[in-house]
Design a protein around this ligand. Structure first.
Ligand SMILES: Nc1ncnc2c1ncn2[C@@H]1O[C@H](COP(=O)(O)OP(=O)(O)OP(=O)(O)O)[C@@H](O)[C@H]1O
Ligand SMILES: [Mg+2]
Length: 238
């Protein structure tokens, strides 16, 4: 088991965003995480990545208790995440953005040249090879999302949390993004993927979890989950 979350609880004032949540993820899985707006998906990512501290519960990564660790420690430990609202460094080039990921990631940088070579390969991998010296401020949504993914990959994670990296993409951009996420999975990185587009999530997930009001209300193969009455009622509708 690569990730284990036990009895996790997070409240914002009176609002319980994550309610006594338990989950386990095995190495090599692509877990899809879906649920209505405000159901707690991003909060869960914030808790796992150390951006927020839980009020109760435990998070274990590779059998090690990482509950309450600072984000950079969690990242060095091998968990990377992207942000729903992308947060690239606008006044830097693509390569510089990705170098930051490499520098603060899970493996020490031994030589700048070598690290740059690695980052250039990651940029090729996400389809930004030709734009490595462009300022990110000049990019549209699609490329900003790619920078975000490349920067996360550069930290050399074993677990990657993707928060709606496909929101706002058109169908053909989405096909590209889908191929990229699958390739990341094939490279051996375990993934938890938050997406609202059902076609994408059904295609990509080896297992699906559904969050509603901070609780997991269903879990299983995508086929099982979409037939679950609770899920249809809470999220999928007719
Ligand atoms: N920093 C915060 N302070 C106060 N309330 C918050 C904070 N972050 C999230 N919340 C609340 O917690 C609940 C869960 O929010 P969260 O962003 O985790 O949902 P989500 O499932 O990611 O939704 P979406 O699909 O819209 O991205 C919501 O009611 C939200 O308003
Ligand atoms: Mg969210």
């Amino acid at each position: 088991m690569i990730l284990e979350v036990k009895n996790l609880l997070k409240a914002f004032g009176g609002l319980v965003a994550i309610r006594d949540l338990n989950l386990a993820v095995n190495e090599g899985e692509i877990v899809g995480l879906i649920g209505p707006n405000g159901s707690g998906k991003t909060t869960l990512f914030n808790l796992i990545s150390g951006v927020l501290k839980p009020d109760k519960g435990e998070i274990r990564f590779n059998e090690i208790d990482i509950t309450g660790l600072k984000p950079h420690k969690v990242c060095q430990g091998g968990i990377a995440r992207t942000f729903q609202l992308t947060k690239p460094f606008m006044q830097m080039t693509t390569l510089q953005n990705v170098m930051i990921g490499r520098t603060y990631g899970s493996e020490p940088v031994r030589s700048m040249r070598q690290a740059e070579g690695e980052c250039e390969r990651i940029l090729e991998f996400v389809g930004l090879g030709g734009k490595r010296l462009s300022l990110v401020a000049t990019f549209g949504l699609v490329d900003r999302k790619r920078v975000e993914i490349a920067r996360a990959l550069a930290t050399k994670p074993r677990l990657l949390l993707l928060d709606e990296t496909m929101a706002g993409l058109n169908p053909s951009e989405m096909e590209d993004a889908l191929r990229l996420v699958k390739a990341i999975g094939d490279s051996g990185i375990t993934l938890i993927v938050v997406e609202h587009v059902m076609k994408v999530i059904l295609d990509i997930s080896s297992r699906l979890m559904v969050l509603n009001y901070g609780e997991i209300i269903a879990e299983g193969t995508p086929q099982e989950v979409v037939r679950d009455e609770k899920v249809v009622e809470a999220y999928l509708g007719e």
